[in-house]
Design a protein around this ligand. Sequence first.
Ligand code: BT5
Length: 327
Amino acid sequence: MRNKILDILKNQQREEFVSGESISQALSITRAAVWKQIQGLKEAGYEIEGQTKKGYRLVKIPCAIDLWALQQELRTQALGRQLFLFEELPSTNDRIKDMARQGGEHGTVVIAKRQTIGHGRMQRVWESPDGGLWLSLLLKPRLSLGDAAKLTLSAGVALAQTLQDLYRLEVRIKWPNDIVIQGRKIAGILGEVAGEWNTVQTLILGIGVNANFSGQTLSPKIPAITLQDILGHEVNLNHLTAELLFNLEKEVQSLEQGDVQGLIQRWTSFAVGINRPVRIEKAGISYGGIFKGIRENGELVLDQEGQEITFSSGEVSLRAEEQYSPE
Ligand code: BT5
């Protein structure tokens, strides 16, 4: 009912006001029921002007994630066409893994307004207060096992590109997959395999973006930043999500067409510390050298006095020598 009212208000937007009477007739509900729905929409962040004689007019859709608003913005073929929104979840990655086990479709998206036990790599905690974008995707790409693993790089590129395009920010990717702005982590990506690789390849991508809340909400020990901190205002999470899914779909398609080199190039163009001195911490040992880039399999290549050493993600962390960067 709620979405039908929004459809009517949207379709009539040019004529400005829609009378309560015509909404009640179109949907066969009472005027009081229309009024109640409108109140609910206002509480959800929709700006709706009401005038006694004229009726209602949709002025602004909310910045907070909202299924109807997000569906208006979606430009994808598959990603987000199955969309689930929750007020709160322990972790969107865990929920979508359950869906994957039950045969969830390629492109299914789960979003939660907040997470109680969001996680990062190696069971690290991912703090996920209200106002962030906490999203997981189920992907069944037409890719080999090795190439599917590159999708976390694709997600990094899609997210960096989206933040740069929408908000004109200088965005960097810190290997393997931290998205940083002004040297601080604004978003993280978690790629996980769900189910049997041999039967159906199912990959879970979890994406967390610090958006409409202050970085001070997070534990002080986390060197994070949020879009709100940088821009000084809230962003429309529906628009952000739609653009992110659009860019990610393009990246998935380009990988399916075999353009690994294009992906590596785009990833490298965002990377922190390329051709610069960096330190790699691995199992308590610190390796210094020049960060030469990444291999096709995502491994980092370090030049140590003319000798190339490679590191795979998971076990190591990178520190750019010239810039303070998070874990
Ligand atoms: C990541 O892990 O960066 C991947 C984060 C993925 C989160 C998404 S949200 C939707 C989906 N559902 C989930 O449960 N997870 C995914 P990692 O590279 O391991 O970084 C974790 C580290 O980042 C922590 O140890 C903290 O130091 C730091 N951290 C925690 N919360 C943060 C936040 N909100 N912003 C910036 N840094 C944070």
